[in-house]
Design a protein around this ligand. Structure first.
Ligand code: SF4
Length: 310
């Protein structure tokens, strides 16, 4: 756990917006960046086919067409119109620590050179981090606000195998331990509804994260995106998704109740960049409605984030 973590605001769950308000005294926004990285689970280092649900254009900025645009230009395009604000540069697409150290420094420096960028959020795989990279990020953390986002998805190694992650949960635990005590905030990505997983198994993932000590979490619901192995399995009836948002919200609330109240919620559900890329599920509810329905469900239960935290 980051030794600079701030304590929870009252509410149904600990929102990222509340965290930024506490820390900066104002809202801070993320600008997604595609810096042209690759992924070891696609270039043959770990695997060739990638995770079975992954099709980068479905979550990359500008539909995955922005790698040719400079980082400064991507930041310019991501700024709020007609509004003075501060931002984190969010290195989002593919594996954003998967390059030689000098290259990483050049890219991160470019993002931090803008005066309204107050920090970085760097999405990566737990098997793509090293002491050297963390030393670099630790140096930035003396002046800037730094998050590293590690994909875990599930604590269960047989699930990780099924979805072809190419790493196990021990790899995630190692990455988190290596990141601790460097003033770097740690966020974990978790997918609810993975093939073969029961609600009890998802709670075990939450317990694992509670024990490890992380600062933030991004929840995703399983989405079936075109051009993925998951799409093939879905078409063959081998996997199911939460067809209704209400089914997902029930499981999500179980997880929130079990989650440490000090862990900041970065996201409650997945967001595909385009409906055309999404095969299932098609919920009418947008992110704002998912957030308010989640709050309503917790209110109905008389619980909140951390209510059953052990
Ligand atoms: S989800 Fe991330 S780790 Fe998996 S294949 Fe896609 S970019 Fe690589």
């Amino acid at each position: 756990m980051n030794n600079r973590a701030v304590s929870q605001q009252p509410g149904w769950y600990y929102r990222l917006s509340s965290f930024f308000k506490q820390k900066f005294g104002e809202p801070v926004y993320k600008i997604p960046i595609d810096a042209g990285f690759s992924c070891p689970n696609r270039d043959g280092t770990t695997g060739r086919n990638g995770c079975i649900y992954c099709y980068n254009p479905s979550f990359a900025p500008f539909g995955g067409n922005s790698a040719a645009i400079s980082i400064s230009d991507q930041i310019q395009r991501g700024r709020k119109k007609n509004k003075q604000a501060h931002y984190l540069a969010y290195f989002q697409s593919y594996t954003n620590t998967y390059a030689p150290l000098e290259r990483l420094k050049t890219l991160y420096d470019e993002a931090l050179s803008a005066s309204d960028i107050v920090g970085l959020s760097i999405a990566t795989r737990p098997d793509c981090i090293s002491e050297e990279i963390l030393d670099l990020l630790g140096k930035y953390a003396r002046r800037y606000h730094i998050w590293v986002e590690y994909g875990l998805q599930s604590v269960h190694d047989h699930t990780l195998k099924k979805i072809n992650r190419g790493h196990d949960s021990a790899s995630f635990a190692r990455a988190v331990k290596l990141t601790h005590n460097r003033s770097i905030y740690i966020c974990a990505h978790v997918i609810l509804g993975l093939p073969g997983e029961t609600p009890a198994m998802m709670l075990e993932t939450i317990d694992f994260l509670n024990r490890l000590g992380i600062d933030g979490i991004k929840f995703h619901h399983l989405q079936v995106i075109i051009n993925t192995e998951l799409a093939v399995q879905y078409a063959q009836g081998e996997v199911a998704v939460y067809e209704e948002a209400a089914e997902y919200i029930a499981v999500l609330c179980d997880c929130l109740e079990r989650l440490s109240p000090d862990i900041v919620i970065h996201r409650l559900a997945s967001r595909a960049t385009s409906e055309e890329l999404l095969l299932a599920p098609h919920w009418p509810e947008g992110p704002g409605q998912i957030a308010s329905l989640t709050g309503e469900e917790l209110k109905k239960r008389g619980t909140h984030q951390g209510f059953f935290f052990k």
